[in-house]
Design a protein around this ligand. Structure first.
Ligand code: 6PG
Length: 241
């Protein structure tokens, strides 16, 4: 895995933006799966502040790796966060935005979104293939909305599943491991000291970690896995990278 560590959030977001701009030179358009959380929020603020034309947003089709089961105007909606911090500031055609409809019944929406992915994305051996799968990691080792207590959902043969947040009980729609690992590029954006312990375990003891943490099961078939992290999250890696 390719691990990139930055001293601060500004350097991290700039480096990821440069990386994205490079991917944009490789294809006519890109399909990207976004994540929720505080790290992407700061990334989107950065993207919203870029000079017009620096990134051609019309060349990107936006999807989500997970969504909380709330209406799109709810503060907890990943779609709303993206709209408030990115789409309101850059010109993305409405037809390029494929949100998970958190207002729908969770199982029905998991099925519907699985079909959206099948219709809109290229596929390999029957699995939809994103160009870029952007992921975060929770301090419990979850990624997308596959949490440790439901780690078995990772292996589902479906594209999307209904998941449950361990503390709040909130229903979530999440893509599964097969969709994540089929993506051409998988990118983790991870910041904060509270992630350091799990990052240490995932990097140093991957075999042990993958039994416990969904984030450790992120092993793309393409081999293209890049971690963008700040030095707080990378705190315990100093001696190994
Ligand atoms: C969500 C996420 C989730 C997130 C991590 C990290 O909707 O909750 O997609 O998987 O990426 O919890 O979030 P932070 O960036 O806030 O640490």
């Amino acid at each position: 895995m390719d691990i990139r560590v930055f001293d601060n959030m500004d350097d991290l977001t700039q480096s990821f933006t440069d990386w994205l701009a490079e991917r944009l030179t490789e294809k006519e358009y890109l399909t990207i799966s976004l994540s929720g959380g505080s790290t992407p929020k700061r990334l989107f603020d950065h993207w919203a502040s870029l000079p017009q034309g620096e990134i051609d947003w019309t060349k990107i089709k936006f999807f989500w790796g997970d969504e909380r089961c709330v209406p799109p105007e709810n503060e907890e909606s990943n779609y709303k966060m993206t709209k408030d911090h990115l789409f309101n500031f850059v010109s993305v055609p409405e037809k390029n935005i494929f949100r998970i409809q958190g207002e729908n019944e969770v199982e029905a929406e998991a099925e519907r979104y699985a079909t959206v992915l099948e219709q809109e994305l290229e596929s390999k051996n029957g699995t939809p293939v994103f160009d870029i799968m952007m992921l975060g990691m929770g301090d419990d080792g979850h990624t997308a909305s596959i949490f440790p207590h439901e780690i078995a959902l990772w292996e589902s043969n479906r594209n999307c599943v209904a998941a449950t947040h361990p503390e709040s009980g909130q229903k979530r729609v999440s893509v599964t491991g097969k969709v994540i690992n089929a993506a051409r590029h998988v990118v983790f954006l991870v910041t904060g000291e509270n992630k350091a312990e799990k990052i240490g375990e995932i990097v140093r003891q991957p075999n042990k970690a993958e039994k416990k943490y969904p984030a450790a099961l992120v092993q793309p078939d393409s081999g293209n896995l890049t971690w963008f992290m700040d030095n707080k999250a990378a705190k315990l890696l100093k001696s190994s990278v």
